[in-house]
Design a protein around this ligand. Structure first.
Ligand code: PXL
Length: 279
C-alpha cells in the first residue's frame, strides 16, 4: 500500500513570472505529492522588475479555508510557507502550524529579500515577525540577504568568507532551532551553491556560477528541496538535488534571451528532477 503524501503550500499566485505557487504546484506534483495551495495574494506578476503589477491580498480567505479543512480533520505531511503578503499572514501561518502539525515537516522559506534589499512592501517589523515564525520550522531556507536580515548581520555580499558563512549558519540554527539550508553561498565567485546546517553538522554543495540572475530560483530551490525531503532523502542529499536542479533550470533558460524577469524555464527539466528523485 502506498499512502500519497500531502503538502499545504502557503504562498502567492503571481500569474506571470514563474515563482511561488506557479513553481511549487508543478514541482511538488511532479514529485508525486498532493499539493494544497493556501493562496496568500493574487498578483498579475511578481513584484521584482515588472512595473504596475496588481496585488489582491487574500488574508480574509485564509482563516475560513483553514477552519473548513480543520472541520474534516485534513492532515498534512508537510507545511511549506513562502511569500506572505502581510504581517497578519505571519500570524496566520504560525496558527496554521500549531493547528495542523502532527508528524508534519514544516519548511519555511523566509521570502522577503534578495541582493541586499527587502522586496517591495516589506519592512523591519515584517523581518521581526519572520524571525518568530522561523522558530516553528523544522527547516528554513533563506538566501544570504534574508539570512542577514534575520540575524541582524550586515549584508555579506555576493561572494562571502567561509568564516562569515559558518557564523551566519550558527546564528540561523539558534534562531530557528531546526535545520538550515542557506542559498547563494559563494566563496570564490566562480562556484555558487548552498550550505547546510543539520544537527550541528555543516556541509556545502556547489555548482558552476552562471553569469545570469533570474527571478524565482529560490522557489525552484525550496520546492525541489521539499520534494526530495518528502521522498525520504536526508537534508544534505536533498540540498544536492535542489542545487543541481536549479543549475539545470538556469542552463535551460540561458538560450531563451530577454526573459530574465520571467523566471526560469524549469518545466523542460522536470523529467530530470524526477530522475534525481528516484531512490
Ligand atoms: O520568488 C519570490 C517572490 C514570490 N512572490 C512574489 C515576489 C517574489 C519576489 O520578488 O515578488 C509576489
Amino acid at each position: 500500500m502506498h499512502k500519497q503524501k500531502r503538502v499545504a503550500a502557503i504562498n502567492d499566485i503571481s500569474c506571470i513570472g514563474k515563482c511561488s505557487l506557479t513553481v511549487a504546484l508543478p514541482v511538488l506534483s511532479a514529485a508525486g505529492l498532493e499539493t494544497c495551495p493556501l493562496p496568500t495574494a493574487l498578483l498579475s506578476t511578481h513584484t521584482g522588475d515588472f512595473k504596475g503589477y496588481t496585488f489582491m491580498d487574500l488574508t480574509s480567505q485564509l482563516g475560513p479555508i483553514a477552519e473548513h479543512w480543520k472541520s474534516f480533520n485534513a492532515e498534512f505531511d508537510a507545511i511549506y510557507s513562502g511569500y506572505l503578503g502581510s504581517k497578519e499572514q505571519l500570524g496566520f501561518t504560525a496558527d496554521f502550524i500549531d493547528n495542523f502539525k502532527k508528524d508534519t515537516l514544516v519548511l519555511i522559506d523566509p521570502v522577503m529579500a534578495d541582493h541586499g534589499k527587502l522586496y517591495a512592501g516589506f519592512d523591519d517589523a515584517f523581518v521581526c515577525g519572520m524571525v518568530r515564525l522561523c522558530k516553528k520550522a523544522d527547516i528554513i531556507v533563506p538566501n544570504i540577504t534574508e539570512a542577514c536580515f534575520l540575524t541582524e548581520t550586515p549584508y555579506l555580499g555576493e561572494v562571502q568568507k567561509e568564516e562569515d558563512i559558518l557564523g551566519l549558519l550558527k546564528k540561523l540554527a539558534e534562531l530557528s532551532g531546526g535545520a538550515v539550508v542557506l542559498t547563494g553561498v559563494s566563496f570564490d565567485g566562480e562556484n555558487i551553491g548552498a550550505a547546510c546546517y543539520n544537527k550541528e553538522k555543516i556541509s556545502f554543495v556547489f555548482s558552476k556560477r552562471l553569469d545570469v540572475a533570474y527571478h524565482g530560483t529560490g522557489d525552484v530551490f525550496a520546492s525541489s528541496l521539499l520534494a526530495a525531503l518528502m521522498q525520504g532523502f536526508a537534508v544534505e542529499k536533498a540540498t544536492e538535488i535542489a542545487v543541481n536542479f536549479v543549475c539545470k533550470c538556469i542552463e535551460q533558460t540561458i538560450s531563451d534571451v530577454g526573459r530574465s524577469y520571467y523566471g526560469v524555464n524549469f518545466e523542460p527539466q522536470i523529467k530530470n528532477l524526477i530522475k534525481m528523485l528516484e531512490k
